[in-house]
Design a protein around this ligand. Structure first.
Ligand code: ADP
Length: 266
């Protein structure tokens, strides 16, 4: 909405003049609102598994005579605590990324290696769904940055591509190197994202309706983490998508030579 927050100070100058000082505080109000929403969302996301865990523990106590039930409750207990662990890890990761203005560790990173590692990490899940992971494109590209963070970012994109795709489909990971920019595109043949939600997918905790209704157990933090990693590396991320056809997420990073030069102030 279009509200503007003005902070007004009034001072009397002698008996004839009044001094009015108006300061536009719209931005700091907006940031405060974002922070409040974030905390509210975190509380909500944590309360759900914690509530489930205490209910299951209670049920486990009374079910001690029935081995079948005990096994069932114990399995769900494991699943809920894994979910809690996953959410906590993502929240910590995101907070760390948001706090860091610049990278603490930066070194030349081999893009072929980056793609190979992120693809490998997703192999088991893809195989289980008979989804083929195909990587290709320019070889030998190098970017400058924190390899662990970059792997996490690419991992998240590939994991999403698998998550939101039908069994037996294809996920492509393509590298292009042009004019000092390295582009890594992850393309799927999945459910796609409704047009009016495209610019919201990078928001913290945002999940589109199809994703929610499929109950994939996501947190809505994955893309937000990707965006922060890419931005911390001086790059950007774009998305193209059509519902029912699929999506392409493209990250663009400065090539190693130009990036390290910029970082050194050259
Ligand atoms: P999560 O996957 O945990 O819900 P993300 O931040 O990774 O959270 O993604 C946010 C939302 O963006 C998802 O809930 C989903 O609606 C949408 N999305 C992300 N990647 C894809 C994709 N490859 N295809 C379709 N929708 C996607």
């Amino acid at each position: 909405d279009a509200a503007i927050y003005l902070f007004v100070r009034v001072a009397r100058l002698g008996s004839r003049y009044i001094l009015l000082l108006a300061e536009d505080r719209t931005e700091s109000y907006r940031l405060e609102e974002v922070r409040r929403d974030f905390v509210a969302n975190i509380s909500h996301e944590l309360k759900t598994p914690i509530g489930a865990i205490s209910l299951l523990a209670e049920a486990l106590e009374t079910a001690s005579d029935e081995p079948d039930q005990v096994t069932r409750f114990a399995k769900r207990l494991t699943k809920e605590s894994e979910r809690l662990g996953h959410i906590t890890q993502e929240i910590i990761e995101l907070s760390r990324l948001q706090a860091a203005d610049a990278l603490t560790r930066a070194e030349p990173v081999d893009v072929d290696q980056l793609v190979a590692v992120a693809v490998d990490q997703n192999r088991v899940v893809a195989d289980a769904r008979k989804i083929t992971l195909v990587s290709g494109g320019d070889k030998g590209a190098e970017v400058y940055g924190d390899e662990t963070l970059l792997v996490t970012a690419l991992h998240n994109l590939i994991a999403n591509a698998i998550q939101y795709s039908p069994d037996g489909s294809r996920v492509g990971i393509g590298v292009t190197q042009t004019d000092g920019i390295v582009e890594i595109a992850v393309t799927d043949q999945g459910v796609g994202i409704p047009e009016d939600e495209l610019d919201r997918v990078f928001e913290r905790f945002f999940r589109s309706d199809p994703a929610r209704s499929r109950n994939t157990g996501g947190t809505g933090l994955g893309l937000s983490i990707v965006k922060h990693v890419v931005q911390n590396h001086g790059g950007d991320i774009r998305v193209w998508s059509q519902t029912g056809k699929g999506s392409t997420f493209t990250i663009r990073l400065p090539e190693a030579a130009s990036a390290s030069g910029a970082a050194l102030g050259a």
